[in-house]
Ligand binder design. Structure first.
Ligand code: GAP
Length: 402
């Protein structure tokens, strides 16, 4: 089990994650993602969006406002019942703010889950996209909770991001769909590079379930600070559509054009935290090992989600013909692959160590032989193995591996 402090320290030292508002002493429960952190996070969000929105015909993406009419949270039960079920106090976790000029300002909330923005757009999606049931609405975005005790780095934050789907089904089909989404969540866990051996499924007992859920599975992860919730999968029944219908008067029913049957769909909700995904990945990938007799820290990230895919080096920085050739190769790879990094600082061994620490799968070195025969060395992060590859075949070589 990796030492948690080493992971947090690496994240800061190498530009993944910084404490929020740090120069002012910080703000508890807030974190700022640096250049490598935001790249990792974007790769994870893009993976999710590709798997569950772009690669499917039954999924519709939205990007709803964070600020919503407070009636949304009254109807959903969050105003009356959103407190930590395990906490001592009945303190509401929603952040309040005010909208409008002081004298007639109205109290509103920062959304505590992205799901709210999905349910209020259910009818808009029906009317504009004419989906056939079953179908889902997907959203990635920020959520805010005034956690009483934010802790464990980005695990429990006050501002965080969620990737959520509300999947609408016929009431009788909920169990089949629940099982499909359980498998889909495991597929995502695998694709993102979270160690499946550290993932545990917990059937959440009724007294610990959210007020809207009739069945919940928590996907837990063995973090260095204990086994804790990573993701949730819930059967929200028709609770939300019915509650919003009662409160707003909007008709939430679905009309089956073929059978002319009209009903309120039920909902399966796979809910994934982006920040917990980042943390579980860092905890899965962080290793201290030995390579060629030297100790090193390495992040064994999947190439597809690594924030830097390839680092390009000239063997030395004071030979202009080497540097310009390396620059050309760097520019070509960067144009095609994007997440490519240039480094000409220090000796090659140090550069390899620096790239290992941030999880870069491949380092390309341009040396004197390159000037003679057009080959470069490609060094593999996990094995340390180096092979010579023709410059003209490099792009294809990496594209096939990503
Ligand atoms: N819409 C359902 C929902 O919000 P939840 O279990 O309260 O359910 C879903 O939250 C996911 O959001 C969690 O499994 C976790 O990944 C993430 N999450 C919740 N609270 C969080 C917090 N304070 N900090 C970071 N991530 C959090």
């Amino acid at each position: 089990m990796p030492d948690f402090e080493s992971i947090v320290s690496l994240a800061k030292r190498r530009g993944f994650i910084f404490p929020g508002s740090e120069i002012y002493g910080g703000l508890a429960g807030t974190w700022d993602y640096g250049p490598l952190g935001v790249a990792l996070k974007n790769n994870l969000k893009n993976l999710w969006w590709r798997m569950f929105v772009e690669n499917r015909e039954d999924m519709f993406g939205v990007d709803a406002a964070i600020l919503m009419n407070p009636k949304v949270w009254e109807a959903s039960g969050h105003v009356s019942g959103f407190s930590d079920p395990l906490g001592e106090t009945r303190f509401n976790l929603m952040f309040e703010t005010k909208i409008g000029a002081a004298e007639n300002a109205q109290k509103i909330y920062l959304r505590p889950e992205t799901a709210g923005g999905i349910f209020v757009n259910f009818k808009n999606i029906i009317d504009s996209m004419h989906p056939k049931i079953p179908f889902g609405i997907a959203q990635i975005g920020k959520a805010f909770r005034n956690e009483i005790a934010p802790r464990d780095f980005i695990f429990r934050a006050r501002e965080f991001e969620q990737m959520e789907i509300e999947y609408f089904v016929r009431p009788d089909d909920w169990e089949k769909s629940f099982e499909e989404w359980r498998e889909n969540m495991l597929r995502y866990i695998e694709a993102a590079g979270i160690d499946p051996a550290k993932v545990n499924e917990l059937e959440v007992p009724e007294e610990e379930r959210a007020h809207y859920s009739k069945r919940t599975i928590d996907f837990e992860f063995d973090f260095p600070f204990g086994r804790k919730e990573l993701y949730g999968l819930a059967y929200r029944t028709d609770f939300d559509l019915s509650a919003h219908s009662e409160s707003s008067g909007a008709d939430p029913s679905y009309l089956d054009e073929e059978t002319k049957e009209k009903f309120i769909p039920h909902v399966i909700e796979p809910s994934l935290g982006v920040d917990r995904t980042v943390l579980a990945i860092l905890c899965s990938a962080y290793m201290e090992d030995e390579l060629g007799g030297e100790k090193r820290i390495v992040l064994k990230l999947k190439p597809s989600i690594a924030p830097v895919k390839i680092a390009v080096f000239p063997l030395v920085r004071n030979k202009p013909e080497l540097v310009s050739r390396a620059r050309e190769i760097y520019a070509g790879l960067k144009k095609n692959i994007g997440q490519v990094f240039w480094d000409d600082n220090g000796n090659i061994g140090k550069r390899y160590r620096r790239q290992d620490e941030i999880g870069t799968p491949w380092c390309v070195t341009v040396d004197y032989q390159t000037l003679e025969d057009g080959t470069v060395t490609v060094r593999d992060r996990d094995t340390g193995e180096q092979k010579r590859i023709e410059e003209s075949k490099l792009k294809q070589y990496f594209i096939e591996k990503l």
